[in-house]
Every structure is written in C-alpha cells, then in structure tokens.
Design a protein around this ligand. Structure first.
Ligand SMILES: [Zn+2]
Length: 218
C-alpha cells in the first residue's frame, strides 16, 4: 500500500500552504509512482501565491519487494546525522520485518538514501540493466548458454548484474565457463555494455567471481 498525507509547505516567497505528499510508496501496488520518481514528478508542489512549482523534500519509504529494494529516503540535509538515521532505520526495519513475517519473508537489508537523487539513479540504472537481462534471456535460448541468478539485493550490493551467463558444456571450472559464456554472448551481441563491463572486471581480477558465486541462487 502507498500512503500519502497532507503536509505543510513553505514557499521561497513566504507563502505557507498544504499539499498532499507521498510518505510510503509500494511499487507493486503503484508502478506509476516509480515512473513519477524517475521522471522527476514525485512530490512536486505548486505555490498558490507565486505559482512556483518545486520538489518538496520530505522523508519517505520506497518499497519494491520483488526487486528486494526497500529504501529509506531522507532529506539531503539530514546526511550530517547519518549514523543516527541509519540506526533508526535498522531498528524500525526489524520491527517491520517481524510484523510482516506471517505474510512475506523479507531476507534483505534496507537501503538508506539522503536526497532523492541517488534513488533515482539506482532506479534508472536498474531499468537499463533489466533491458540487457531480457536480451540475455532471449539469446540464451538460441545459443548454448545457461544462466546463473543472484538475489537482486546481493547483486545491487556487489554492483553486478543479477543474471550471468555461462556455457552449457562445462569445462569443470565455473569461472572459465562464465568467461566463455560472456564472450559468446558478446560475440552474438556486442552492444551489451553491462556484460562487457562485467567481462572486463572478471578479466582484470578473476577472484571477484568468488564473492559473486558465493551468493548465487541454488
Ligand atoms: Zn510562492
């Protein structure tokens, strides 16, 4: 469920007025709000006196359970007290997880943002990554590729794409299989920049795969 409520806004012109703002966003219920956030139309208010239209910074919780992203988004100026807000978030999140355990199991950590910008850039880059994953899914059915899946929250923390190809005919060394899988994928479609990035990251330091593989879904 998404929740909005009336808040008091103070305009630069000195006018005080009330406007309805989102305090909790559930993307499964309201995918259109996610779009509002990425397009810059979220919690935008308009001053009745001077007609100025602006974003009103205000704490909200962003929830996308399917993608394992629950974000506490505080105003930018609160960043000075980051530790305090992080502690508050961790405490509150524990209670939320406990209260929901009958309905849904939440087995990932919340993310803390100060200012909406970092959330916007996370959402935008994940939208882009989703397109490349779709292409991989499509291609893997045509060439001899298997897929390795990571939990979305883990992939986000490791800054890695959550679906990784490997060749079907295993050499017995999964790291080699992944490198060959990525090379095959990029030969088929050289325009997948996220996978290209991953391949060059692995080639630079193959042991980065140890951590990634530790978290793969069985
Ligand atoms: Zn005004």
């Amino acid at each position: 469920m998404s929740i909005s409520s009336n808040c008091e806004i103070i305009c630069d012109c000195g006018e005080t007025f009330e406007a309805e703002l989102w305090k909790a966003v559930n993307v499964s219920d309201n995918p259109e709000i996610k779009e509002l956030i990425t397009l810059g139309g979220f919690n935008i208010v308009s001053c009745p006196k001077c007609k100025q239209v602006f974003y009103w910074e205000h704490f909200f919780v962003y929830q996308d359970i399917e993608n394992e992203l629950i974000a506490y988004v505080y105003p930018k100026q609160y960043e000075k007290q980051a530790t305090e807000y992080r502690n508050h978030m961790v405490k509150e999140f524990k209670e939320v997880v406990k209260s929901m355990e009958e309905i849904i199991k939440i087995d990932f950590e919340p993310t803390l943002y100060f200012g909406i910008e970092d959330l916007v850039s996370t959402l935008k880059s994940e939208e882009y990554i989703k397109d490349e994953i779709q292409i991989l899914n499509f291609i893997s059915k045509r060439i001899e590729l298997d897929l390795i899946f990571l939990k979305p929250s883990v992939a986000r923390n490791l800054c890695v794409i959550n679906t990784i190809p490997k060749i079907k005919k295993s050499t017995g060394d999964i790291k080699k299989d992944i490198i060959s899988g990525l090379e095959m994928l990029l030969k088929y479609n050289p325009n997948l920049s996220e996978y290209e990035k991953l391949l060059s990251r692995i080639k630079k330091n193959v042991s980065c795969l140890d951590e990634i593989l530790m978290y793969k879904k069985q």
